[in-house]
Design a protein around this ligand. Sequence first.
Ligand code: ADP
Length: 399
Amino acid sequence: MSEITEQQVMESLKAVIEPGSETDIVSRKMVSGLVIKDGNVGFVIEVDPRDGAKMAPLREHAEKIVHALPGVVSVTAVLTAHSAAAHNTASGGQNAPPAPPGAPPGAPQNAPPGAAQPGPGAQQAGAPDAKPMVPGIDAIVAVASGKGGVGKSTVTVNLALGLATLGLKVGILDADIYGPSQPRMLGIGGRPNSPDGKTLTPLENYGIKCMSMGFLVPEDSPMIWRGPMVSSALQQMLRDVSWGELDMLMVDMPPGTGDAQLTMSQQVPLAGAVIVSTPQDIALLDARKGLNMFRKVDVPVLGIIENMSFFVCPNCGHESHIFSHGGARLEAEKLGIEFLGEVPLDIEIRETSDSGRPIVVSRPDSPHAKTFVAIAERIRDKVKAQGATRRQAPKIVMQ
Ligand code: ADP
């Protein structure tokens, strides 16, 4: 069967009427970021933020209509809150989403080539505060890495469990939309429920609440998330989820320090960020890039964790330093960031996290679990101290 076309999708969406204006969402230029790949369709519906909650049924309706088209395998529509001013005055071009870095060449492009993400300092036009706090969540901490495969998700889940061991109420937002692995690492699956039709209930295991793109998007559907879809999906995972009261929400960021990550860091009210790196990547200055990225958006970097730092022979206990060990500590010193600790390359760390029983819960007495808990403790203390500093900081410093 031939691939469904962009025109067919847009044509079908003309049947979706925006409540209030009584005009269809295509004529209202509310649809953008259309991506079609192997029958999987994704698009953005831009709405006025004041109507956000009211628009949930509109999104569902749009998904249903597109799903009914022949050859459509899955549909993901995400709502993006646009300021009223931008929405009302938008010409076609203004509503077009920016092209993400590395957008697949075959993907339909509504955006002009080379369109850029908003700059680091850019705030959403008309938005009173681009980073409103999330009610009920005390602190949000990002876990980031310069590239994939360094163990960022493994570290995130074990730190979250470490924080829970210390008595904190913890959640994980798996924002690694390119390869969400928290459902697997926490051993949870299925789809989150939405009892009220507006907010999603996070899934939970080992006392950790988790929301992940992996719950919402079928594993076999391609993850072609264009810039604005990433942002709005993140906003929905952050704000349309009933997290309840949390002391700390850990955000498992997508790997890398490009525009998508920068936009994310800009949109989430982060208390701080932790950078995970392997010893050999330190040499590639990934940590430095991460640091600069968070500095741009005024997010304090709480420290660096060196993962797969050294190898302990399971037979004789000998420590092998496969990669140049200690690079992260040195680099951290040079950069003036705290070195939070080192985690060895260990088969048990891999097996436990990959099978949904991370080492902090499955072998809490092991030295590796203790390492994670010690790092978690340090993160908790730093975030707490920072909050205190912020609260105590005098508003007027001139004398
Ligand atoms: P990322 O989130 O950075 O892409 P993951 O956390 O998914 O990386 O880890 C990649 C792989 O490496 C996984 O199979 C994971 O279990 C393994 N891994 C991560 N940290 C360690 C470690 N310290 N020792 C052994 N294996 C590890």
